[in-house]
Design a protein. Structure first.
Length: 48
């Protein structure tokens, strides 16, 4: 669930995000961690 929410942030409106947070704070937290990783330079990090 958090994987789907994490990669679909742009497809949710603010009200949906707040509803997810209230319904399951742990899923919201996991998704917010994914949002931060996807938005950072770590997302494109490769092992050589």
């Amino acid at each position: 669930m958090s994987y789907i929410v994490g990669y679909g942030k742009e497809k949710f409106v603010q009200g949906d995000l707040e509803a997810i947070c209230k319904a399951d704070p742990e899923v919201y937290f996991a998704a917010s961690v994914l949002w931060q990783i996807v938005a950072s330079w770590v997302n494109d990090l490769r092992e050589y």
